[in-house]
Design a protein around this ligand. Structure first.
Ligand code: ZN
Ligand code: ZN
Length: 314
């Protein structure tokens, strides 16, 4: 567990400013002693589309010293950052990474862009995502153009242009490499989505892999080989059946092509051998924790498994 006390935060912010400069290639990468920074993972939101008040929309923060990397921006993301004790003023995010553009993973993107600006961000927010991200960001800013006008031209005096974002669309590969932190986008298979990614974070002392939404993925499995932490979506195999609703006859086909069952994940982890598997984005269909655990074991994985909850830290 990492504390976020004020005085401790001050030097972290100083390091963060330096790291941000390094990300632009503005300084010598050796200037930050990577080994001195600790890495923490915070599950900000472990939910999926169902509006469960105990599981906010998908979002994971990885902090390395003063740098904050945000993976997905589900509903409630800025409030969850605040609940986690992360700073929300003056644009503290180093970079946002989107796994894909499904609404449950991006409903908080206007929140991240606009709230961070209202809270004092003045530099463009760096957003990495699949093709389509630039258009989504442009349309978010267009949708809130009246708000942006009122906040800059009225008595609030928010920074003109401070709402800006710098979008980097990726097809996979290295998306961040600075001062001891190396982040790679891994193309995964999420049904008919043309572009969906998991991410691997190589940080000082820790390797973290985030699945995003995916059916069993060989690329992700390779990336997760011997990772310290694999954070993966899942559903319980024993609960999967056609649903009694319009289109419900395709539910099984949908789940099999878009998502990963506990049996499949257990088998994947048996091969990849992550140090610790954390389950998030659980499409439960009424399934219990015990059923999920039994499903993972049935797949063959005998290592450490945790059911993730909002605001858990690793
Ligand atoms: Zn999702
Ligand atoms: Zn999805």
């Amino acid at each position: 567990m990492t504390g976020w006390g004020g005085s401790r935060w001050a030097w972290r912010v100083a390091l963060g400013a330096l790291a941000a400069g390094l990300a632009c290639g503005a300084a010598d990468a050796g200037a930050v002693e990577a080994g001195a920074e600790s890495t923490t993972v915070i599950l900000l939101g472990t939910g999926m589309p169902v509006p469960d008040p105990h599981a906010q929309g998908p979002a994971i923060a990885v902090t390395v010293g003063a740098r904050i990397f945000l993976f997905d921006a589900g509903a409630g993301v800025e409030r969850q950052m605040s609940a986690a004790g992360l700073p929300v003023r003056k644009g503290p995010l180093t970079s946002v990474f989107l796994t894909h553009l499904h609404s449950d993973h991006t409903l908080g993107l206007p929140d991240v862009i606009l709230t961070s600006w209202v809270m004092g961000r003045s530099a463009p927010l760096r957003i990495v995502g699949p093709r389509g991200t630039r258009s989504m960001v442009r349309n978010i800013l267009a949708a809130w153009s009246e708000d942006i006008h009122v906040r800059t031209e009225g008595l609030e005096h928010d920074a003109r242009g401070g709402q800006a974002a710098r979008v980097i669309e990726t097809d996979g590969g290295v998306v961040y490499d600075s001062a001891g932190v190396h982040i790679t986008a891994i193309p995964v298979s999420h049904g008919i989505w043309k572009h969906a990614f998991g991410y691997r974070v190589d940080a000082p002392g820790r390797t973290i892999v985030i699945s995003g939404d995916t059916a069993p993925s060989e690329a992700l499995e390779r990336a997760a080989r011997d990772a310290d932490l694999l954070i993966h979506e899942v559903y319980p195999e024993v609960r999967l059946q056609a649903e009694d609703r319009a289109g419900g006859e395709d539910w099984v086909r949908y789940m099999r092509s878009f998502h990963t069952s506990d049996h499949e994940l257990g088998a994947l982890c048996l091969r990849a051998r992550p140090g610790h598997l954390v389950l998030v984005h659980i499409v439960r269909m009424g399934g219990t924790d015990e059923e999920l655990m039994a499903g993972i074991r049935a797949g063959g994985f005998t290592g450490r498994v945790t059911i993730g909850h909002d605001l858990d830290r690793y």
